[in-house]
Design a protein around this ligand. Sequence first.
Ligand code: SF4
Ligand code: SF4
Length: 377
Amino acid sequence: MSKEQEEIDIINKFVQRHKVEGNTPFSYGKIFHHLDVLHEIKHRPEDVCPVTLELHLTNKCSHNCLFCMYKKEIRESNICSAEIPFDIAESIIDDAARMGVKAITYSGGGEPTLHPQFKAISTIGSDYSIDQGLITNGSMLHHKDICEHIVNNFKWVRISVDAGSDSVYKILHGNCCDFSKTIDGIKQLCVINNNRIKIGISFLLTSFNSCDMIKLYDILSSIGVDYLQIKPMIMSKNQKSIHNNYITQAIVDDIETLIQKAEKDNKIKVYVLFDQFKNIIGNEHTFDKCHGHALYPVISAIQEIFVCCMHLHNDSMKYGKITKNNSFYDIWRSKKRFQIGDNIDLSKCPKLCRLAKTNNILDMIDKTTNLDINFLN
Ligand code: SF4
Ligand code: SF4
């Protein structure tokens, strides 16, 4: 059996053994709490505003991750130091509030907390009562004021750790990084938090760090975080040929051990993103169109708006660039924005992206429109 077929079999058996939980922070069922939006997508799709906005305040980053998703487009390019000026960030959040955006996720691009006005900008969001989430590498959590600000202005924070030891941390996040400093920062955040907001840790599983997964869990279970999220690295064809189908039976066995350990200890939750494992073996799209394109756009640190994070810096998926004379609101209300979103070529999209399940639901609504919908048989 080829290595590739072996990996497919291992992943297939693994995901079939697990029924995906409906009540995790990553549950796709959350879209049913936005029935008005589903209705609008069906009847007035041009008017739909985002539910969640992903905002990249800066491209600057204190880490140098081996598998940074934006290595080529950002880290090794001339936009690696770009950041959104305060007045533009303020106008984006003003517009988001006026458009009815429900939540903003601050992410990268780079490390959001490195933006010199990170606190002032995210205070605007919380003053508008927009829900806010933060994805961070944790490098600023040793600053007490950053921890206090997060706890006072965010609903959740997720820290990418990906290692359980300094040696593996340095391989994954770069030689400049110090594992114990990051863990100390997380400890400080948990103490200041005192169970107010949700604190999660993410672990991007690769062939380099699988040995550290349980070690990290053991460290975290005494700190007071809420969950550990495990997701696999989805490799491009090129990376796959180097790392040679890295999901092995031993790795899957370790994840099973971890799941059982977490259930028994009942200290922190372990969420395994099974859909991402399915993405490795490349299922087909189960919907015909990206109906939900308006729901979760991303604004990059160079102020450009893209359909979604999977297409960041893909010019054909760019709605426009925000300037003093061309606001987020103006771009969103333009015909061009809707036309780009409405004509997405699905062959360029991953099979199980964030909106895949939402697209399934919307596809079903679309396809049953002309049936006798009032007969619920
Ligand atoms: S912390 Fe995030 S943005 Fe920074 S190098 Fe790592 S993956 Fe890239
Ligand atoms: S990856 Fe494709 S299908 Fe998924 S949200 Fe983005 S554009 Fe839509």
